[in-house]
Design a protein around this ligand. Sequence first.
Ligand code: GDP
Length: 360
Amino acid sequence: SLTIGIVGLPNVGKSTLFNALTRNNVLAENYPFATIEPNTGIVPLPDKRLQPLAELVHTQKIIPATVTFVDIAGIVKGASEGEGLGNKFLANIREADAICEVVRAFEDDDIVHVNGKVDPSEDIETIDTELILADLQTIETALPRLEKDLRGRKITPAYLDAVKTAQSILESGETIDHAANAKKIDKADVYDLHLLTAKPFIYVFNVDDDELQNDELKQRLSSSVAPAPSIFLNAQFEADLTELDEADAKEMLEDAGLSESGLDQLARVGFDILGLQTFLTAGEKEVRAWQIHQGWTAPQAAGVIHTDFEKGFIKAEIVSYDDLLAAGSYAKVKEEGKLRLEGKEYVMQDGDIVEFRFNV
Ligand code: GDP
């Protein structure tokens, strides 16, 4: 499943947020939910379509797509040179598909800030710098080997050039993700280096709860990291939300003028930024959401369920979620001619409900 690593300076609300994530009672009631390691939580990807679909096909069992969050503690100023940035930290962050950087924007004199004052831009710079330094070390270690590989013609000059471009970007204090967004480098060209800052970044600003509607503040913060996506939430508010049942949580969100919890947004944005989408299967046994990449064809999607489905793919019987729900039953939607048979070339659309036909 999609793995998002949560990083940030100490005392910015990471643990509060992570605990809220992994004690999400509202979801845990309805969905399977698990914690593997103390710093890892698997949470369901929120999907409003699953419950109505389960009712329509008369099943109780719902299996959502999941997002794995890893709480990666240990970044402080100077971390890349020693203590904080241990092996576990690096391993955790390398395994993540995306980096969620939690930034403190809330004021509270009782909560000590590691740099002495609340300054989101400076905090972002501190964190990004540590990750950049770690990447520079990776490149410096790799370069002698790459020079040798070039002489031995194991790599192309173009590859070495790309690595050097990455190096100069990092030396200028910019992350590879940011530079790639600005088209200064193609991430694919340096994929082999597995650089930390080449992962997509999502910035989570932990703001005071009475600032959640402060558009001017949000505009200012998000433009400081754009085009990377920003999410605004209040970690304590998110934690409180997870203590409530579904109806009360919904009311609390509405009272705060919000349509979606910060945690739901985070899972959704993470899914989006990595170019993922879901398709659905629905039967009496279960309703299930499956994670695929945008642009995948029907046989590729079939392969996510079982490799045999991909190998023996014949056709996919597909109906869109909206059509099925509008019709109210499979019989009706069939009658309306909206149940389609699609072949090998078909590109999956978000919300497709599928039954694969295959040879074994
Ligand atoms: P971490 O070190 O980044 O994991 O930070 P914690 O989640 O442990 O939070 C540090 C302290 O800040 C704790 O005392 C939290 O209760 C408090 N805290 C976290 N989020 C907020 C917030 O949004 N507002 C306020 N006022 N305090 C918060």
